[in-house]
Ligand binder design. Structure first.
Ligand code: MSP
Length: 596
């Protein structure tokens, strides 16, 4: 049997598939922004659509730090796209079916739906506490999802891609995953009993033998290889792309996509066969389509879908999911953004080790912005990162409280800026050709900040958020160096020339801060809002298109010049005591209070 490699080929979608091959960013860098208007009018309306998802979270236990990380990454990309003027949809939610949840509900002595509702609420609460600005929160127990799954199953069935068969092999309930014998090893459980475990996750596996429905996964091997080879950006970072290619060169057997109802009751029954329950991963993956409006209203969103996932669920997203989609005749996700894991003391977080980090508690301790900044600044998608409270406190003190907060404080302090305005820029003091009071390093700084939005854009697009934050942090240091070099507080304000120079120094510094505040909005929305409000930048002036750094230096008008600063002169980000970070909430120290 041959299955056509179905890519949409009409109208807008054809244009988008071209993008996918050479894709980096559909939006030109900032300094070419004005000319991009002409280009975007040629593109179809939905070329400005963007659809980003997190994995849906299992409700067998409370949320942990790794879950928040997946959500913060996706939230950052969603907010960034909104700033760029995209129509962005952002979905998250909970994965509520399957044996693992059925067993967890039993252990808690609750009926499954009540149990799921309780834990799903915990995720929702965590996300709202951390400003995760999802536009849709899906639960797989919802009716709209059941309809989407049933429809999806019927499409595969009608195409002859599902058949009744018999499965015999290893199954890990914890991972809800079938394993090949080569993926299983020996281990001892906590009582010293010999058990079989998954070599990848370390979770216990059991032998199962069942009559169930099988999906013709093997038929898609070469199409999946073609897709990955033709779209080198499809799975990012590169090492995960390579891992999937490698898996695909090995044996790819058909996949069991149902369980006997007698073993698994908590799930969606196979349409037309009440004796079988749909495999939880097939059920769960369809959530991305449900949110897009499947089966009849998904087109706008479905061809621009991107998934943020952790490395442990790569196989499900980069092999099973694309194969299901190909089978159903639907476009494949544009990008699968993969991230690595957070460990504690070098070990995987687990209840039995007692090293699970509670993200809600930490976001109360370090603030929501503090946790978001830490996770995105320290988290490297390519490799695992180790979490400690001490690291969080040190990083936030150095970069948000001292470096960024200190800069804002210096430049807006009444001693230096008694009129509390965005002062004027004097082109004679800082001429485009060298010759005024500015020195070589100052020109270097302007150049670096002028280029910063394009640098940040490149890193946001690739989900290298830590690189974007590193670039911003370097520029904040350059601006602090600029202020320090010229010591405006030592100049004689009664002298007109000095006064113009002080104003120019402050104007430039505030312009730098405005760029940092705008670019940081996807990372630390509350802190950015505070910073931009203090600078007097209105909400409609905070978009990517409005960045336009130091217009006066380019000979253009600056809308901020002469404008009153915002009245909230409070500390931008309060310092934390590293040694007490485990116990204490942020408090104002003498130093930060003085920075007002
Ligand atoms: N329910 C499935 C996903 C179905 S999507 C169609 C699932 N859920 S999960 O709750 O176990 O994991 C959700 C996300 O959290 C995954 O992206 C996973 O990689 C991530 N993390 C779980 N532990 C993690 C860390 N220790 N560190 C970082 N992220 C980790 O899988």
């Amino acid at each position: 049997m041959r299955f056509p490699f179905l890519f949409a080929t009409r109208g807008c979608r054809a244009v988008y598939r071209l993008h996918q091959k050479q894709f980096l960013s559909p939006v030109p860098p900032l300094w070419e922004h004005r000319s991009s208007a002409a280009l975007s009018t040629q593109l179809c309306k939905d070329d400005r659509s963007y659809y980003i998802t997190t994995p849906i979270f299992y409700v067998n236990a409370s949320p942990h730090l790794g879950h928040l990380y997946s959500a913060v990454l996706a939230d950052c990309l969603h907010r960034y796209k909104l700033l760029q003027g995209f129509n962005s949809k952002f979905a998250t939610g909970t994965d509520e079916h399957g044996l693992k949840i059925q067993q967890a509900a039993e252990a808690a002595g609750k009926d499954p739906l009540t149990f799921c509702t309780g834990v799903s609420k915990q995720f929702r609460h965590l996300f709202s506490s951390c400003n995760i600005s999802y536009t849709d929160y899906i639960r797989t127990t919802e009716q709209r999802h059941r309809e989407a799954v049933e429809h999806f199953w019927s499409v595969l069935w009608n195409k002859g891609l599902i058949y009744k068969g018999s499965y015999e092999g290893w199954y890990s309930t914890q991972d809800e995953s079938f394993l090949m014998p080569s993926q299983v090893g020996d281990a001892l459980d906590s009582l010293g009993k010999e058990i079989k475990v998954s070599l990848e996750s370390g979770h216990k596996v059991e032998w199962m033998k069942e009559e169930n429905y099988m999906f013709r996964l093997s038929a898609f091997q070469s199409q999946l290889l073609d897709w990955l080879r033709g779209n080198p950006q499809a799975v990012q970072p590169e090492r995960f792309h390579q891992a999937v290619l490698k898996w695909l060169q090995e044996d790819l057997p058909d996949l069991s996509v149902s369980r006997q109802r007698s073993r698994l009751q908590w799930g969606i029954p196979v349409p037309g066969d009440d004796e079988q329950t749909i495999y939880v991963w097939l059920d769960a993956l369809v959530n991305y389509l449900t949110v897009a409006g499947y089966p009849d209203k998904h087109n706008q969103w479905w061809h621009v879908a991107r998934h943020v996932i952790g490395k442990d669920i790569l196989k499900f997203h980069a092999i099973y999911w694309p194969a299901f989609l190909l089978g159903a005749g639907l476009p494949l996700p544009q990008v699968i953004h993969v991230h690595s894991h957070w460990t504690v003391g070098g070990k995987k977080m687990s209840k039995s080790l007692g090293n699970v980090v509670d993200p809600l508690e930490r976001s109360q301790m370090f603030t929501a912005d503090g946790m978001r900044y830490f996770l995105l600044r320290q988290g490297v998608p390519d490799s695992d990162c180790d979490y400690t409270d001490d690291k969080v406190a040190k990083l936030l003190n150095a970069e948000l409280a001292d470096s960024l907060g200190g800069l804002l404080n210096r430049c807006t302090a009444p001693a230096l800026n008694p009129a509390q305005v965005y002062p004027s820029f004097c082109p004679q003091s800082f001429p485009r050709a060298h010759g005024g009071r500015a020195v070589h390093e100052d020109y270097h700084m302007l150049d670096a900040i002028q280029k910063l939005p394009a640098v940040v854009e490149k890193h946001y697009e690739a989900m290298h958020i830590y690189k974007a934050l590193e670039a911003i942090s370097v520029c904040v240091r350059l601006t602090n160096g600029f202020v320090q070099r010229h010591t405006p507080w030592k100049l004689d304000r009664k002298n007109n020339e000095d006064q113009r120079w002080v104003d120019t120094l402050i104007h430039i510094s505030l312009e730098c801060l405005r760029i940092y505040g705008t670019l940081l909005q996807p990372i630390v929305p509350e802190t950015s809002n505070k910073l931009l409000s203090r600078l007097g930048v209105q909400p409609h002036e905070r978009s990517w298109a409005g960045l336009n750094f130091l217009a006066r230096y380019q000979g253009m008008d600056c809308p901020f010049e002469g404008r009153a600063l915002g009245s909230d002169s409070g500390v931008l980000f309060s310092r934390l005591e590293p040694h007490n970070a485990d116990k204490q909430k942020p408090k104002k120290t003498k130093k930060s209070a003085n920075l007002k």
